[in-house]
Design a protein around this ligand. Sequence first.
Ligand code: ADP
Length: 317
Amino acid sequence: MSDTMHPDSPAEGTMTDQQQQQPEPPADESGQSPEVADAAPASRLTELASGHTSAPTEGRETVFALDDVTVSYNGIPAIRNVNLNIHRNLVTAFIGPSGCGKTTLLRSFNRLNDLIPGAAVDGTITYHGYDLNGDDVDPVEVRRRIGMVFQRPNPFPKSIYDNVAFGPRLHGMKDDLDARVERALTHAALWDEVKDRLKQSGLSLSGGQQQRLCIARALAVEPDVLLMDEPASALDPISTQAIEDLTESLKQEYTIVIVTHNMQQAARVADVTAFYSVDVAEGGGRCGVLVEHGPTSELFIRPSDPRTEAYVTGRFG
Ligand code: ADP
């Protein structure tokens, strides 16, 4: 973690507010609204979840530790009192109904909420033991180490090469740039498809390829963590499968936190799952809460809270 302090305004060429704050997603390529949680039969979820170990975190380093974290907009909590650890080289999925604060919480893992007017994070988030929101912490360096991929692919209007080289150039990682670009594209399972057209615009790629390009862009600056906010919700089933396969292989090197509305996807890719819900106060105020988290094989098969059980069995009202 760097000691230097930079202003919060994005440095030249970092993601702009507009790129950070994605508009509401469109219906996906199958025409289904991405906000509709998939209604997979509970037996299918159980089958998928049972493919994961029941003790994934055993002996693993803690990457993030959240202690009583509340994120508010204009003084009104959107998600409150979250206590949660994220472990190294695992995929942790955040699931729960729309509006329960999954994205809001995810954005606090790399200080993107700093860029949202009115947003405030209370409580403590440590990253490898450092206070992520400490005064001596450089948010630009935080976002290099903790990369993020958004719901809708957002390549820059630049060549494929320049998209991937962008972060390394910004961070002064210019040694052997060609090899770095190739490595990132290879890690993102895109190299073979684009190696002969690196000078073409990133926008000329298909939606699924654009999303893998965005993953390559994040990987090119050698992050430690990859945050993925519904990375496949705007993609067709084949591209979704490619992203899921990629997630599985990337966890060998990176720690991954993925927000998904798709329970089958969580059951397939996640080692650990956290379920969030919305508490409705007497006055009608709504606020997200973490209901439970644990090994995916436990959460889907033996949930400990009736709200989780209702959600994963499709009886959520
Ligand atoms: P989820 O990802 O679970 O769908 P979000 O984190 O997007 O939930 O939203 C949680 C709550 O915070 C919602 O009530 C939403 O309207 C509110 N919210 C999200 N982003 C902003 C923002 N930029 N400004 C104000 N309120 C927001």
